[in-house]
Ligand binder design. Structure first.
Ligand code: HEC
Length: 438
C-alpha cells in the first residue's frame, strides 16, 4: 500500500465517505478539448504574434513593449485555464467553481487581453491590401460609427448590468447548465461585455470616451451591482439554483454552502479588483490634472497673447488659407522655417520610429497606416490633433509627447529626441510632404 493510499485510509473515518473531496471524482473532470475553442485561441495567438512580427522592431517595442505582450499571453493562458482545463467540467458540479470560472473570464482574462492592444496587432497581421479594405469599411462603410455607438459608455453600462443580472436569474442559469449551446452563449455574453467594459476603462481607441472622473463612477456603479449580487448569494437562506443540487455533496458541500462560497468569491475578490481599479484611476486622474495644469502654464509662458487673440489669429489664418488657396502650390514652401532642422531626414525617421505603421505620409511609400490621420498638407492645418495651434514649437511638442497632451490617445510617445522631432516637423511642413514629389 502506497503512502498516499495509507493516508487516505487513515483519513476516511473522519469524513463521510461520499463527501470526500476527490474520492475518484477528479477522474470525472476531463479537459475540454473542444475544437472550435482551440481554433479560436490558436488564431488569436497566431494573429497577435504574426502582427507583431510584421511591425518593425522599433514600433513593436514602443507601441507594445514586453509588458503588453506578456499581458496578452497571460490573458490567453487565463482563458485556457477557464475554458479548457478541468475547471470547465467542474463548473457543472459546483456553483462556486462556475463563479471562479466567470471571475477568471471577466475580471482577469478580459483586462489582461485588452491591455495587450490586440486590435492593433491583429490589424497588422493582414497584408496591406486587406488593411486598406478594412480601413475603407471602417471609415466609409459606417463600421466606425456602429462601433462608436455600441461602445458608448451608457450602452456598455446597460449591457453589462443586464448580462450580470439576467444570467444569474434561476431560470436562465439552469437553462445554461442544461444546454451546452446556451452555456456557451452565457460565457460569450459575459466575456464580450467584459471586453467592452475594460476597453472603456483601460484604453479607449483614439481618445478616452470617458474622462477619469466619469470612469470612476462607471466602474463603481457596476462594481456595486456585482458586490450586491455576491452579498445576496452569500446571505440568502436557501439555494437559488437547483442545477447543482445533486453534485455538491460529492465535494463535501451542501447546496447552500456551495452558494455561499460562490457569493463570497463574487463579493470579495471581484471587489478587490474593482477597488484596485478605482485606486489606479484616481491616481491617473490626479496626475492628469497636474499635467494639464502644467501644460496650460507652459502654454501661457510661450504665448502671452490671450486665448481670444489666439482664436482671432486662427480665424485670420483660416481665412487667408481660403483666400490664398488659388496660389497654394507656390506658397507652400514658406510655411515655417525651423532653424537647424534637416527636413530630408524625415522619410527615414518616419520609417525608423514606426510612424509609417499608423500614418499615411506623402513622399514615404511605406507610410500607408490608417490608425492616425493622414499627414498631408500639414502646413495648412489650423490645429495639431485638434487641440494645439499649429506652429513648429507645438508640433515638436506633440511629436515628442502626444500622451502628455492627450492622455490615452492612440499615438504613443515614441521616444523621439528633440533633434529628430525638429527634423520630422520640418519634413511635415515641407513641399515634399505636401506633394509627394522629390
Ligand atoms: C500607434 C499609432 C501611431 C504611431 C506609431 C504614430 N502616430 Fe501619430 N497619430 C496617431 C493617432 C491615432 C493620431 C490622432 C491623435 C488625436 O487626434 O487624438 C495621431 C496624430 C498625429 C499628428 C497630428 C495629426 C493631425 O491631423 O493633427 C501628427 C503630426 C502625428 N501623429 C505624427 C506622427 C509621427 C511623426 C509619428 C512617428 C514619430 C507618429 N505620429 C506615430 C497614431 C500614431
Amino acid at each position: 500500500m502506497s503512502v498516499t493510499a495509507a493516508a487516505q485510509e487513515l483519513a476516511r473515518p473522519a469524513v463521510d465517505a461520499v463527501a470526500m473531496p476527490g474520492s475518484g471524482r477528479l477522474v470525472d473532470l476531463p479537459w475540454n478539448w473542444e475544437i472550435w475553442l482551440l481554433v479560436c485561441l490558436g488564431l488569436a495567438v497566431f494573429g497577435y504574434a504574426y502582427g507583431l512580427h510584421r511591425l518593425n522592431a522599433h514600433a513593436r517595442s514602443r507601441i507594445f513593449g514586453v509588458l503588453r505582450m506578456t499581458s496578452f499571453a497571460a490573458g490567453i493562458i487565463t482563458l485556457f485555464v477557464a475554458l479548457i482545463s478541468p475547471l470547465d467540467a467542474l463548473d457543472d458540479q459546483l456553483f462556486s467553481a462556475h463563479m471562479v470560472q466567470h471571475l477568471l473570464l471577466m475580471m482577469v482574462a478580459a483586462p489582461l487581453l485588452v491591455w495587450g492592444r490586440p486590435a492593433m496587432a491583429f490589424l497588422w497581421a493582414f497584408p496591406i491590401s486587406t488593411r486598406r479594405i478594412i480601413g475603407r469599411l471602417w471609415v466609409g462603410g459606417g463600421l466606425h460609427r456602429g462601433v462608436h455607438a455600441l461602445m458608448s459608455p451608457l450602452v456598455v453600462w446597460l449591457l453589462c448590468s443586464m448580462v450580470l443580472w439576467f444570467w444569474h436569474l434561476p431560470g436562465p442559469y439552469g437553462w445554461a447548465l442544461a444546454n451546452e449551446g446556451v452555456h456557451t452563449l452565457e460565457h460569450f455574453c459575459f466575456f464580450i461585455t467584459a471586453l467592452m467594459f475594460w476597453s472603456l476603462v483601460i484604453e479607449p481607441f483614439g481618445r478616452r470616451r470617458l474622462d477619469y472622473g466619469s470612469t470612476l463612477i462607471f466602474v463603481a456603479t457596476l462594481g456595486v451591482q456585482n458586490g450586491l449580487l455576491g452579498a445576496l448569494l452569500t446571505l440568502a437562506g436557501h439555494p437559488f439554483y437547483s442545477a447543482h443540487a445533486d453534485t455538491t455533496a460529492a465535494w463535501g458541500l451542501t447546496a447552500l454552502e456551495d452558494q455561499q462560497l460562490a457569493g463570497i468569491i463574487m463579493w470579495i475578490p471581484a471587489s478587490v479588483i474593482h477597488l484596485s481599479c478605482l485606486g489606479i484611476l484616481f491616481v491617473l486622474w490626479m496626475n492628469n490634472a497636474e499635467r494639464e495644469a502644467r501644460l496650460i502654464l507652459s502654454a501661457r509662458a510661450h504665448a502671452p497673447s490671450s486665448l481670444v487673440l489666439q482664436r482671432y489669429a486662427t480665424v485670420v489664418a483660416i481665412a487667408m488659407t481660403f483666400a490664398l488657396s488659388g496660389c497654394e502650390r507656390h506658397a507652400a514652401a514658406s510655411y515655417w522655417a525651423i532653424s537647424g532642422a534637416h527636413a530630408d531626414r524625415g522619410p527615414a525617421l518616419i520609417e525608423e520610429y514606426g510612424c509609417a505603421a499608423c500614418h499615411t505620409v506623402a513622399g514615404v511609400a511605406t507610410a500607408r497606416g490608417l490608425v492616425g490621420p493622414p499627414l498631408a498638407q500639414f502646413g495648412h492645418r489650423a490645429y495639431i490633433a485638434g487641440v494645439l495651434s499649429n506652429n513648429p514649437d507645438n508640433l515638436v511638442k506633440w511629436l515628442r509627447f502626444p500622451q502628455s497632451i492627450i492622455p490615452g490617445n492612440a499615438m504613443p510617445n515614441t521616444g523621439l529626441t528633440d533633434q529628430d522631432a525638429r527634423d520630422l516637423a520640418a519634413y511635415l511642413y515641407s513641399d515634399r510632404a505636401e506633394t509627394g514629389e522629390k
